[in-house]
Design a protein around this ligand. Structure first.
Ligand SMILES: NC(=O)c1ccc[n+]([C@@H]2O[C@H](COP(=O)([O-])OP(=O)(O)OC[C@H]3O[C@@H](n4cnc5c(N)ncnc54)[C@H](OP(=O)(O)O)[C@@H]3O)[C@@H](O)[C@H]2O)c1
Length: 310
């Protein structure tokens, strides 16, 4: 298959490119400089020239809470424009299949866990990343509308839970939870601290999947695309407490100290767990256990950031 991966340099994109199942495809993987998805004419031209059989849309402006709060305009408009430009160009050129990546922030803030796909757009969104979430919901609905108008165009959306792994962001300015825990633990080991600070009491629960497991699911989705629903959650099907993530990281570094809980700091939502029945019905389950995933992510961090070895 000739496969276009947008966002190929990002965490999801890199995990796809490294995955053994993707080696047999012809991969088109333009950077944002080579194909700026904010430029609709350029996207139409690219698709006409390169005619991919299948598109995986993994590009986006992605960031943590601080970045979302600071730049809501960019998070809304860039994600909406990238998605709309790509989908409408693909529709115009007649690309038959497209897999769009959504995010669990598409779910209403008060939706009951585990979050079922039919709850999208059934309530108020979390205000801290509302712009991003609106863009994700709109692009996902556009997939549905394009398919509704022309059933030969199969454009579908995956909603992955939180991800971590190789190619994650470790820069403290925009790092996600697990890279931040890894960097913090390494610092504690290097500087001989006796304890590591955790915001809140560590009991809030989060579902983080090793990014290679998402690549696994996407490989399966490609081979059974017709069976895939318009919206499919992809996650572990269970979650861990924030303290569990600290504990697993501390064990990987053989950190012997304890944890200090700062109860004056916010802990965020109590739980965010996606319902994985649709993904599991395809016979798929995430393979990587927490200890292995954390160890591989630490190895990547130490490889990439040479000064980071203990
Ligand atoms: N990371 C997670 O925990 C997570 C969880 C659930 C869902 N997702 C979803 O998965 C997707 C990928 O996330 P990620 O973590 O891999 O993101 P990421 O590491 O931040 O990568 C973002 C990618 O988007 C590309 N991009 C940004 N602006 C672009 C533009 N104007 N034109 C073309 N490409 C552009 C970047 O390309 P350049 O480097 O070339 O600029 C980069 O390859 C997103 O839709 C995200 O919502 C991620």
């Amino acid at each position: 298959m000739k496969l276009l991966i947008t966002g190929a340099s990002g965490m999801v994109g890199q995990n796809l490119i490294e995955h053994p199942d993707f080696q047999s495809h012809t991969l088109l993987r333009p950077s944002s400089k080579e194909l700026n998805l904010l430029n609709r004419d350029a996207v139409v031209e690219y698709l006409k020239t390169n005619t991919p059989d299948f598109i995986i849309h993994a590009a986006g402006r992605v960031g943590g809470i601080q970045a979302n709060i600071k730049h809501p305009v960019a998070f809304l408009t860039e994600n909406m424009d990238m998605g709309f430009n790509l989908l409408l160009a693909a529709q115009a050129v007649g690309i038959p299949q497209l897999l769009n990546l959504g995010s669990s922030c598409m779910y209403p803030r008060n939706a009951p866990n585990p979050l079922k796909e039919e709850l999208v757009l059934k309530g108020e969104l979390e205000p801290t990343n509302e712009g991003y979430a609106i863009a994700k919901c709109a692009v996902s609905r556009l997939c549905d509308y394009i398919h509704a108008e022309n059933e030969n165009l199969q454009y579908k959306t995956l909603i992955p839970c939180n991800l971590y792994g190789r190619w994650d962001k470790f820069d403290p300015k925009n790092s996600h939870l697990i890279p931040a825990i890894i960097a913090k633990t390494l610092k504690a080991v290097q500087e001989g601290h006796h304890s590591i600070e955790i915001w809140g009491d560590g009991s809030a629960r989060r579902e983080f999947m090793y990014a290679e497991d998402l690549a696994d699911f996407i490989s399966l989705a490609l081979s059974r695309f017709e069976e895939l629903e318009q919206l499919t959650n992809v996650g572990l099907g269970f979650d861990y407490s924030i303290k569990d993530y600290y504990q697993a990281t501390a064990e990987s570094f053989s950190f012997k100290g304890g944890f200090a809980f700062d109860l004056s700091k916010p802990t965020g939502m109590k739980q965010k767990l996606v319902d994985c029945k649709r993904a599991h019905a395809l016979g798929w389950k995430a393979k990587t256990d927490l200890k292995t995933g954390i160890s591989k992510t630490i190895a990547f961090y130490q490889e990439e950031y040479r000064g980071a070895s203990v």
